[in-house]
Design a protein around this ligand. Structure first.
Ligand code: RNT
Ligand code: ZN
Length: 431
């Protein structure tokens, strides 16, 4: 925390944070909002940080290969993590700048294989033991993902829906093992792991057969999920997508496909904010799908034109997502994960910006004046709109600063100096 400041200046700063908070607290009380309660609620909201922002989705396998599945990380900002230890150190730095206790979302290609070539159909919990121990030491939960891309057997753009039975079987085995790894993580940490299946399967140009791959995908998924695993250890999730780079005309795992699959098979649906038409927001989908399923996973991201994976900013889309979770009391049914990769800026900053924004959006939702809902319930839409707009400039920033201060993480832009220091001391020394 602001190590350069002398003690006097530091104490002044602390005092002004507390004074600003007291004023904000009173202002919110006038609106019928208890800021203390909101902060307790915020402290219970875990965000799953996606490991793949730390190295542009490269991972630690030993058979080379470039990023596939239509995923593209652009930029060449220096200092990306090259080893599991570097990635853990970078993540540790990010967590130290984000208030609260959170989770880590791992992809299968981030296993530790001791220099050996362990193919995707051979992965096992032992390859993730260091991650599990590290998570345990740091009080983090873990989430998991099979990696059905960046592999020779995914090179033609198909995996679980491939027309070749042998290739389908290979990916089925990989996904089955991924669930077992998820269960091992859940067991070791005492918190269920969400294992999310996303496959890139799709076509660049107009398919002649849209149904065949979908029928095969459903059949493969049924094979993947055949063995029951306790939801106390592992929760299965499936992730739809509208299109990808190289799969512009058709994606087998579309929204309707997985909505039907998740409802009929009792799975979690993963809503990725970058996987829909550009003006289509996932916020409105949350209360729709939760009428028909217990839990969902979110991949909070930001689409910009053709890209679905920009760093999450505090825009209306994000505020709407957070509001839907909070206003409907869905906190224990919505698992929040981040999913983006920007290789053009400092990667630790990318995590920190996105996670702090997610938390800020949740806080703003938790501080919503109850008069807004009451106005609607009373049929007074004039007041609803007036109060919604007034609420935008309530002093949530003072509450957020106080929260950061109370959780021992840098207040305001002070976290940036920490990242710059780390960049100078650690990242710049990487080849
Ligand atoms: C891809 C999906 C998927 C990936 C990660 C790396 O479009 O969003 O979630 O981003 O699995
Ligand atoms: Zn995603």
């Amino acid at each position: 925390m602001a190590p350069k400041m002398n003690t006097e200046a530091f104490k002044d700063k602390q005092k002004s944070i507390q004074q600003a908070y007291q004023l904000a607290k009173e202002r919110y009380l006038e609106c019928g909002v208890d800021t203390e309660k909101a902060l307790e609620e915020l402290a219970r909201a875990p965000i799953s940080l996606h490991c793949w922002q730390g190295d542009d989705v490269r991972g630690f396998e030993h058979f080379g290969g470039t990023l596939g599945g239509g995923l593209v990380a652009t930029g060449n900002y220096p200092g990306k993590a090259r080893t599991p230890d570097e990635l853990r150190a970078d993540l540790g730095k990010a967590y130290s700048l984000i208030p609260g206790r959170h989770r880590l979302n791992l992809h299968a290609l981030y296993g530790e294989f001791g220099g050996k070539k362990v193919d995707r159909d051979e992965i096992a919990p032992e390859h993730f033991q260091s991650w599990i121990s590290w998570a345990k030491r740091n009080g983090l939960g873990l989430d998991f993902n099979p990696t059905c891309f960046s592999h020779p057997k995914a090179a033609d753009g198909f995996t679980l829906s491939h027309r070749d039975k042998g290739i389908r079987q290979f990916w089925i085995e990989h996904c089955m093992r991924s669930r077992e790894i998820g269960a091992a993580m859940g067991k070791a940490l005492g918190k269920a792991c969400v294992t999310n299946v996303w496959v890139p399967d799709g076509m660049k140009d107009t398919p002649a057969d849209r149904s065949g791959p979908r029928a095969r995908l459903a059949e493969s998924l049924d094979a993947v999920f055949k063995t029951p695993i306790s939801p106390k250890l592992n929760l299965d999730s499936v992730e739809p997508k509208l299109f990808g780079i190289g799969s512009e005309s058709y994606v087998a795992g579309s929204h309707e496909f997985y909505l039907g699959y998740a409802v009929s098979r009792n799975k979690l649906l993963c809503l990725d904010a970058g996987h829909y038409h550009p003006t289509e927001s996932i916020a409105d989908k949350i209360s729709s799908v939760l009428q028909f399923m217990r839990e969902i996973l979110l991949h909070v991201s930001r689409g910009v034109r053709w890209d679905s994976d920009h760093v999450v900013i505090l825009n209306d889309d994000l505020l709407a997502i957070a509001r839907e979770i909070v206003a409907n009391g869905f906190a224990d049914r919505v698992h929040i994960g981040l999913d983006y990769f920007d290789a053009s800026i400092n990667r630790i900053a990318a995590w920190t910006i996105g996670a702090r924004n997610m938390l800020r959006a949740l806080l703003i939702a938790m501080l919503e004046p109850p008069a807004i809902k009451a106005a609607e319930a009373g049929g007074d839409f004039t007041s609803r709109l007036a109060l919604q707009e007034e609420a935008r400039t309530l002093p949530f920033g003072a509450v957020w600063d106080y929260y950061c201060e109370s959780k021992g993480v840098p207040v305001g832009e002070n976290w940036l100096a920490e990242v710059k220091r780390y960049e100078k001391d650690v990242l710049s020394k990487r080849g």
